[in-house]
Design a protein around this ligand. Structure first.
Ligand SMILES: C[S@@+](CC[C@H](N)C(=O)[O-])C[C@H]1O[C@@H](n2cnc3c(N)ncnc32)[C@H](O)[C@@H]1O
Length: 332
């Protein structure tokens, strides 16, 4: 995997990343060059470069930067990189299908047709049955399923993953993505309404791709959409400005596959830094061989109770780090 580390099981939380040698402070130990799937929130789409995710609105000229097919770029270099790395015509077809369908959504309509998908605290079998029903839901002859703003962002995120799957068909990138931890049950059990929301997203995606055969093959069953949706919670990274200040805004979110194996520690020894499209990890102190390399998923300034609460409700795990153990024993 890397000259610096190996992936191995931990005693407390699935797999982790362990140093395979001594690593000095401030070493770049890993770069994940690009996300597998990503979305920039609608309100930032004209202001954030679609390629390098930098805030690129030119306020001095009060003008948008370079534009192509509804995407905005900070430079010709970013535009060229984007054209080289992405299937432009396919993306344009998806964007125009989303725009068309969004215009014909009628608020409140069709939500009621989907009420039989709601169920409290389902087990794995109940989930399979519900998703099976969603696959049979007739999309023709019904009003377009209504998605709220965040559901639309989820649909865009999943579609970016399906487009990536198609574009990278000759590589192992889809099977690599499937290696990420699946958090479906935790997420759905903790968030009432999450399952019916995911089903609406799936049905909307079926509508988006119904005239796009290279993508419609991936939604005949719900497996691929479900695979992305169930790896989104607990694995994705927010897109923030690179020179992050305390009050920096989140522009959207990304799924970085090889960057998602670092566990959390409330006393981490690596830090992440986005560099354009890439996510980079640096050591924050000297690391010994066999030490686990851990980053932090949350702010480290909060109390042990607050940190554990955040990790439990937003990341779906009870933190097993040494700092939590020490502070919990101090607080009794
Ligand atoms: C982004 S993944 C990290 C890689 C993961 N361990 C795996 O095997 O794919 C986040 C998940 O790792 C586990 N995890 C990470 N940090 C942890 C910690 N400090 N305590 C307990 N579990 C942790 C949790 O299951 C969490 O949902």
């Amino acid at each position: 995997m890397s000259q610096f580390f190996v992936l191995a099981p931990t005693s407390y939380g699935g797999r982790g990343v362990f140093a395979s040698q001594s690593i000095p402070k401030d070493t770049l130990v890993h770069t994940c060059p690009a996300p597998y799937a990503s979305v920039i929130y609608r309100e930032f789409r004209k202001e954030v470069c679609a390629q390098c995710f930098d805030y690129s609105f030119d306020a001095r000229r009060n003008a948008w930067n370079i534009r192509l097919d509804g995407f905005y770029f900070c430079s010709d270099g970013c535009l060229d990189d984007w054209k080289r790395e992405n299937p432009r015509e396919l993306i344009a077809d998806v964007v125009s299908a989303i725009d068309r369908l969004t215009k014909s959504m009628v608020k409140g309509k069709s939500k009621s047709n989907l009420s039989d998908f709601a169920t409290p605290s389902p087990g794995p079998e109940a989930l399979d049955t519900i998703w099976g029903k969603a696959e049979q839901y007739p999309i023709r002859g019904h009003p377009v399923v209504f998605l709220d703003e965040l559901e639309l962002e989820h649909a865009r995120f999943v579609l970016s993953g399906l487009i990536r799957r198609h574009a990278d068909e000759s590589s192992n990138s889809w099977s690599d993505m499937l290696e990420l931890q699946d958090n479906e049950l935790h997420y759905i059990r903790q968030r009432p309404g999450a399952l019916s929301s995911q089903i609406r997203v799936y049905i909307f995606i079926r509508l988006v791709v119904r005239e796009i055969p290279v993508l419609s093959q991936y939604v005949e069953t719900s497996d691929s959409v479900r695979a992305i949706l169930s790896r989104d919670p607990g694995n994705v990274f927010g897109i923030y400005e690179t020179n992050q200040t305390g009050d920096s805004e989140m522009f959207g979110w990304c799924m970085y596959v090889s960057a998602s194996f670092f566990n959390h520690d409330c006393n981490p020894n690596i830090r992440k830094r986005r560099s354009g499209r890439a996510m980079c990890f640096y050591t924050t102190r000297d690391v010994s061989p066999a030490e686990e390399l851990c980053t932090n998923y949350i702010s480290l300034e909060d109390s042990v109770t607050e940190r554990r609460q955040q990790l439990s409700s937003n990341w779906y795990f009870d933190c097993g780090c040494q700092r939590c153990k020490d502070e919990l024993s101090e607080t009794g």
